[in-house]
Design a protein around this ligand. Structure first.
Ligand code: SAM
Ligand code: SF4
Length: 473
């Protein structure tokens, strides 16, 4: 490729050993019940698993053993995250792209795709529309193109933070884009981003090569090393992911765990989030012949990730249909998007939700944010728009120190409730407001009496009766 090797991170290495991963998937084929139980017990102590241990869990094939893994994942999620679900929306800024990813509607030679980049005015209009829905957290998405350099991304991010519609504001902008060099990561960090996400798509070298035949993304090591470069300039809030359906899903679960272990060993801190999108039909790209992941396997995949990386957020997107999302929440998902539109300009230009030539792929769950929040409230979850940790500098290694159950209960639950109250007061439909306030009341009942609860109750009251907003612990 054209890049210079000195643009890689210090001592950059390709730590993914395909043979070793395949060996783990072969040799441990018959999961030993006792081994599974020992590993599950370790995980319930909130000790991250190594790659070999995660492999053993992936071989839990019998329904009984799978159920044990699911039960443990539910229990761990409840202990670490409680019943909070963080909500966000994607914002697609531009779909020009120099890559040739065989599965993506944005790939360079796809002439069916309408190409577009939001102007500053259009970007701000999208943000106003998102704020009017009640969103506070965005993931901003870019194709890979010379016009979408770090300066351009930084200017989009500054514009987004600058838009205030009524009580609305975006308090955290995450980014999903191509890997940058060190200077690029410095530039986007200075603009105040939250998480920088780069999905490896697949860790399997052969499949990676086939799916990315040309363009900058064909360089496996440049992509794998991307988040190491981010760490080296202090952007320690990072997200990894794999696109499931390209290669053997179990291989990519172990790829993700290897990546998390590598980052933790090298930089003292693992990823903040893991995403596990499943391949969707896209314009000009068929799914035929791909090793797609069944719904049942997706459940095991989520449960094993939950157990392997107890303190890493798991993100489930609206690529999946509503009923499956409902089920997967219990196994360990901590963040979902809602009310999402993935065509460029989609939040103001309401077209057909399935406009294949304008969006990157088809969505599975097209419910509004309000509908999703109503359902979460009625099923015992607390929707959260909290952004306190990153704004108080509690990220990366520092965040890991704080990520203990006591901390979550003392800070995360109250912050979730006050951001939920903001949503209910400012944006909710009557039905959602009623269900949400009942849910907040139930959460308050469960909180121990004391100074913290008193402060929280007075904050909730202030949000209901005044213009005070953005109150967090
Ligand atoms: N262009 C940047 C890149 O590729 O890293 C970031 C944006 S890309 C639009 C975001 C992610 O969308 C990709 O990393 C890939 O995992 C996912 N994606 C692409 N095509 C998809 C499809 N057909 N179904 C589901 N997800 C897809
Ligand atoms: Fe471009 Fe990203 Fe789509 Fe690949 S996945 S074609 S890099 S937008």
């Amino acid at each position: 490729m054209l890049r210079m090797s000195n643009q890689l991170s210090r001592h950059a290495i390709d730590f993914v050993d395909d043979e070793a991963i395949r060996d783990l998937l072969e040799t441990r084929r018959l999961a030993d019940v006792h081994a599974v139980r020992d590993i599950v017990a370790k995980s319930l102590e909130k000790v991250p698993l190594d790659v070999a241990e995660a492999a053993v869990l992936l071989h839990a094939r019998t329904p009984e053993l799978r159920e044990e893994v699911f039960t443990a994942a539910r229990q761990l999620k409840e202990q670490v995250y409680g019943n909070r679900i963080v909500l966000f929306a994607p914002l697609y800024v531009g779909n020009r792209c120099v890559n040739h990813c065989t599965y993506c509607g944005f790939r360079r030679e796809n002439t069916e795709q309408l190409r577009r980049t939001l102007s500053t005015r259009e970007l701000r209009e999208q943000v106003v529309a998102l704020e009017r829905q009640g969103h506070k957290r965005l993931i901003v998405v870019f194709g890979e193109h010379p016009t979408y350099d770090a300066e351009f991304m930084a200017s989009c991010i500054r514009n987004i933070y600058d838009v205030h519609a009524g009580h609305g504001e975006i308090r955290r902008v995450n980014v999903n884009a191509a890997p940058l060099d060190h200077a690029g990561f410095r530039t986007v960090k200075a603009a105040g981003i939250g998480t920088y996400q780069i999905f490896m798509e697949t860790y399997d070298h052969r499949v990676y090569g086939d799916a990315h035949p040309r363009g900058p993304k064909s360089d496996y090591l440049w992509r794998l090393d991307g988040l190491s470069r981010a760490f080296e300039v202090g952007q320690d809030d990072i997200g990894i992911g794999a696109l499931f359906g390209l290669a053997d899903w179990r291989f990519d679960v172990l790829g993700l765990v290897s990546h998390a272990v590598f980052l933790k060993e090298r930089y003292g801190c693992g990823p903040h989030t893991i995403s596990f999108p499943r391949l969707r039909p896209a314009s000009g790209s068929a799914l035929d012949g791909r090793p797609l992941v069944s719904d049942d396997d997706l459940k095991l995949l989520v449960a094993v990730l939950r157990l392997a990386v107890p303190y890493t957020g798991l993100i489930l997107t609206a690529r999946e249909p509503a009923d499956l999302r409902r089920e997967l929440l219990a196994f360990g998902v901590s963040q979902i998007d809602a009310g999402s539109r993935i065509e460029i300009g989609g939040y103001t230009e309401c077209g057909d939700a399935q406009q294949m030539n304008a969006e990157q792929f088809q969505l599975g769950d097209v419910r509004s944010l309000d509908e999703v929040i109503l359902e979460l409230s009625e099923t015992g979850y607390v929707p959260s728009f909290c952004t306190a940790c990153y704004r108080l500098g509690r990220t990366g290694e520092h965040f890991m120190e704080f990520a203990i159950p006591g901390f979550i209960k003392r800070f995360c639950t109250p912050n979730a409730l006050s951001t939920f109250q903001e949503y209910l007061s400012d944006y909710a439909s009557a039905a959602t407001r009623a269900a949400g306030e009942t849910q907040i009341e139930a959460e308050l009942q469960a909180l121990p009496e004391g100074a913290l609860k008193e402060r929280l109750v007075s904050r909730l009251h202030a949000i209901q009766t005044t213009d005070e907003r953005d109150l967090y612990f």
